[in-house]
Design a protein around this ligand. Sequence first.
Ligand code: CP
Length: 328
Amino acid sequence: MRNFISVHDVANINELVAKALSYKANPLKDKTLGSNKRIGLLFLNPSMRTRLSTQIAAQNLGMEAIVFNVGQEGWALEFEEEAIMSGSTVEHVKDAAPIMGKYFDVLAIRTFPSLKNREDDYSELFIKQFIKYAGIPVVSLESATLHPLQSLTDVITINEHATATAGGPLWGNKKKPKIVLTWAPHVKPLPQCVANSFSQWINAWGQADFVITHPEDYELDTQFTNGATITHNQDKALKDADFVYVKNWSTFNNEYGRIYTNDPAWMLNNAKLALTNNAKVMHCLPVRRNVELSDEILDGPNSIVTQEASNRIWAAQAVLSEILQANY
Ligand code: CP
């Protein structure tokens, strides 16, 4: 693996999941793999889980991790080629990234979309420019359209329930679990990244009956959702679900990056959960309680959000391990 930007960088999802779970069982088994190697974690946007879990993952492999909050503490970066930099940007990525390529052995970057211009966001210019100019492996810590470390974590967490529950898989004798990605209300427009990425990974994994449910006008990009069943009927979607993945996203089609509805009827509660096969409930976090997800779900026995977030370490460790082994 050279870079980790999407599921397309992964040769075998199940092998990467197995590697992550082997690190969960024995976090320090490769504690010298990254000796004398340094990772730069660049944050153009806020983070809690991604920042901490990736630092811990790097340290478990013996790497030094340096965090740089570019968005708050760095010079404002320009990403457009041939830009006339007479505005607010101070340094071009083609000048900054090669320097980071000398300081670090791996570069990891978080950069959110503007939600103003769909074509600009979906071009993934920021992360592509870092790949082009840094000259070292690049890891996405969430980009304009995707959040691959989160999605790998989600597949790991679903997989744990297939292999680690005493009575066998949660979905019993069914060949595949039913996984439902449901839109949830929110007070402000959020990126489509987590929903896009979860869809991309579950489709590529190919081991689930995958259903996406959202209100009208919240269709996601079909390049990620093709292969899933899509319905505007949330109750129908939830029927017999084994996993429910809850996430808000803003509009992709028509007017990009907008909120058209904030209908609280879309918030998952125990009455809706009763439609499922006692489904485990997932969310990438952070979550707005009693807007996106009810207290009764988050504090109830079906929520696996803490397990999910704790697995972020093992996802990051598996990815960094692959990159170290392939490039150094
Ligand atoms: N899920 C996730 O990426 O969390 P942070 O934004 O806190 O990193």
